[in-house]
Design a protein around this ligand. Structure first.
Ligand code: C2O
Ligand code: CU
Ligand code: CU
Length: 529
C-alpha cells in the first residue's frame, strides 16, 4: 500500500483501497449549505449504519444537517421550512442573531409553514452549531437528527496560518443509544428525565465507528459537543497532548497545551493535533475518557469511556501550518466593574428542573437586562446533577468555579458553561449585540424540555431596564443604577397609581421595591424626584 504514495497516478485507487481496509465507517462530511436557499426539516430515512436505513429527522435530506459556513461580516440567509408534522424552530447556537431570528421556542412554526432569516454575521470566527429548539420537543428533535455545524470564517484568522482546507475538520459529536436493531428512537423513561438521555455509543457527523485518514501534518479539529446530555472528556488513547486554540466564541488569546478537554452539551473546542511524529500506518483513537461522575441507575452513565473517532496515518504527506503564540484578541472584564450580581439557583424535584424555583413559561418574562452594563451572573447548583448553562444573545467570560480552578477550555468567550453538582459558577456578562427577548437554559436537553429555561429581555439602548420579578409574596420592581434617584410614584393621576409597599432599597446597585399585588390590575410609575 505504501508504495502507492510514489505512484500519484494510482493515488485515488490507493485511497479507496485503504478506505475499505479500516474497520468502521469513514467520517462523513455533510454538504455545505448555500446561502439564500431553504433548509427543510422532514421525516426521512438515512443509512446511518451502512445497509440499515433508519427513520430519523433530516435537514435537506441529511443527518446531520448541511454545514453552514459564512464569513464574518457577510450575511447569513436561509428559509426554514417545516414538514415534520409537528412544530419546529431552528436556533443558531452561539451566533449573534436578532431576537426574532435567534430561534427561541416562542418563534416555532407549525408543520407546513416556513420562515426566513437574514442577518449579518457579527461573531468572531469560530465553531458554532445549529439545532432544533422547539418547546418541549428539543430533546427528541435534536436526538433524531435536527442539528448541524455552523462555522464562521474570519479575516482575522486568515493570517495566522492555522491548518485549513482538508486539514480543518468539523466534528459534530453526539452519543446515541445504539442497539442491534440500528434505530435512533427517542424514548426516555422517568430516570432519563433526571440524568438526561445518555447513549452508549458516539456518532461523529452522523457516522458510527467513525475513522479519518490523516497525513503527517497538523489538523484543526472543531469539536462540537452536541449530545442531549453526555459530558465529553475528549482526549487520545495514547495520552498525547494537543493544542487548544479556541472554544465557544472563537480563538483563545493564546494556545494551551492539554491532554483532554471537558465539554458539556453545547460547548465547543477548536484544537490542533499534530501527527508529524506518527509513523505511517500508525493510528490513534480519539475518545471520551472515563471520569468519576457519581450517579446511579441501570442505563448508560456519565463518565463512561467511549470511542469517538479512529485516526489513521495513511500518508507521509506534510502540509505546512502554524500555531502562533498569540491567537485571538481578548480583553478580560474586571469583576469589580460588575454593576450587580444575578443569582440563578438550579434545582431538581420530581422529574422536573427549575431555575430560581420556576419552570419555563413561554409567556413569562423574568427580568430585563440593561444594555451594555456589565453584570455578574452566578449559577448556584443546588442539585447533584450537571447543568451546562447556556445563554442566548451574548458571549460571556467565566470567572470562578466554587470547586476549583477553571479549565483552559473555559477561558476566552463562552456561551455555555458546565456547572457540576453542588457547584457555584460565576460569569461576567454584557449584552451589546441585540436588544430583545432571549433565553437562559440548561443545555441538557431533557432538563431544558422539563422546565429548566427562562426568558429575559435585553433592554434597547437608552431604554430603562425596568424589571418586574416574582417574589414571595407579591412582586418586585427593579430599575438600573443610573436611575437610582428615581422614585416610584404613587400620586393620583389620570389613572390610579398604586403605592409601593416598602421603601426603595439598593440591592447590588439596583433600586428595588416590593409591590403588594392583591388584585389583577395595578399601575406604577417611575418619576425623577
Ligand atoms: Cu444550543 Cu438555546 O441552545
Ligand atoms: Cu444557543
Ligand atoms: Cu440541567
Amino acid at each position: 500500500m505504501k508504495l502507492n504514495w510514489i505512484l500519484p497516478g494510482l493515488l485515488a485507487l490507493a485511497v479507496e483501497g485503504f478506505a475499505a481496509s479500516h474497520p468502521g465507517n469513514e467520517l462523513r462530511q455533510p454538504a455545505l449549505f448555500t446561502n439564500d436557499t431553504t433548509l427543510t426539516a422532514a421525516n426521512g430515512s438515512v443509512a446511518v449504519w451502512p445497509g440499515f436505513p433508519v427513520s430519523v429527522l433530516t435537514l435537506n435530506n441529511s443527518l446531520p444537517g448541511p454545514t453552514i459556513r459564512v464569513r464574518r461580516g457577510d450575511f447569513f440567509s436561509a428559509t426554514v421550512s417545516n414538514v415534520l408534522g409537528e412544530p419546529l424552530v431552528l436556533h443558531w447556537h452561539g451566533i449573534l442573531a436578532p431576537s426574532g431570528m435567534d430561534g427561541i421556542p416562542q418563534s416555532a412554526i407549525l408543520s407546513g409553514q416556513s420562515y426566513g432569516v437574514r442577518f449579518p454575521i457579527r461573531n468572531r470566527g469560530g465553531t458554532y452549531f445549529y439545532h432544533a429548539h422547539t418547546d418541549a420537543l428539543t430533546g427528541k428533535q435534536v436526538y433524531r437528527g435536527l442539528a448541524g455545524l455552523f462555522i464562521v470564517d474570519d479575516p482575522a484568522e486568515d493570517a495566522l496560518g492555522l491548518p485549513s482546507g482538508t486539514h480543518d475538520v468539523g466534528m459534530l459529536i453526539s452519543d446515541k443509544r445504539i442497539n442491534s436493531s440500528h434505530t435512533l428512537a427517542y424514548s426516555p423513561v422517568m430516570a432519563d428525565l433526571m440524568t438526561g438521555y445518555l447513549g452508549n455509543g458516539v456518532l461523529v457527523n452522523g457516522t458510527p465507528e467513525a475513522w479519518l485518514a490523516v497525513d503527517k501534518s497538523r489538523y484543526r479539529f472543531r469539536w462540537v459537543s452536541a449530545s442531549n446530555a453526555r459530558i465529553l472528556k475528549l482526549g487520545f488513547g495514547d495520552g498525547r497532548s494537543f493544542t487548544l486554540v479556541g472554544n465557544d466564541g472563537g480563538l483563545l488569546p493564546a494556545p494551551v497545551t492539554v491532554t483532554s478537554v471537558t465539554l458539556g452539551p453545547g460547548e465547543r473546542a477548536d484544537v490542533v493535533v499534530d501527527f508529524s511524529g506518527d509513523a505511517a500506518g500508525a493510528g490513534v483513537t480519539l475518545r471520551s475518557l472515563a471520569f468519576a461522575a457519581g450517579g446511579m441507575g441501570m442505563g448508560p452513565r456519565q463518565g463512561l469511556q467511549l470511542d469517538v473517532l479512529n485516526l489513521h496515518v495513511d500518508s507521509t504527506n506534510t502540509v505546512p501550518s502554524a500555531v502562533s503564540a498569540t491567537l485571538g484578541s481578548f480583553t478580560p472584564y474586571a469583576v469589580g466593574n460588575a454593576l450587580c450580581t444575578r443569582t440563578f439557583t438550579l434545582t431538581a424535584g420530581g422529574m422536573l428542573h427549575y431555575i430560581n424555583e420556576l419552570q419555563f413559561d413561554p409567556s413569562r418574562l423574568d427580568f430585563t437586562v440593561p444594555w451594555t452594563e456589565l453584570e455578574r451572573w452566578e449559577f448556584v447548583n443546588l442539585s447533584t446533577e450537571y447543568h451546562p448553562m447556556h445563554l442566548h444573545g451574548v458571549h460571556f467570560q467565566v470567572v470562578s468555579r466554587s470547586s476549583g480552578a477553571l479549565r483552559p477550555e473555559e477561558g476566552g468567550w463562552k456561551d455555555t458553561v458546565l456547572v457540576s453538582g453542588s457547584e457555584t459558577v460565576s460569569a461576567l456578562v454584557r449584552f451589546d449585540a441585540y436588544p430583545g427577548r432571549f433565553i437562559l437554559h440548561c443545555h441538557n436537553l431533557e432538563h431544558e424540555d422539563n422546565g429548566m429555561m427562562l426568558n429575559f429581555e435585553v433592554a434597547a439602548p437608552g431604554r430603562p431596564a425596568l424589571a418586574l420579578s416574582l417574589r414571595s409574596p407579591g412582586y418586585g420592581l427593579t430599575w438600573p443604577a443610573w436611575a437610582c434617584d428615581w422614585t416610584l410614584d404613587s400620586s393620583p393621576d389620570l389613572i390610579q397609581w398604586q403605592p409601593m409597599t416598602d421603601a426603595p432599597g439598593y440591592g447590588a446597585e439596583r433600586m428595588s421595591v416590593a409591590l403588594g399585588v392583591t388584585c389583577s390590575s395595578h399601575f406604577y410609575r417611575l418619576r425623577k424626584p
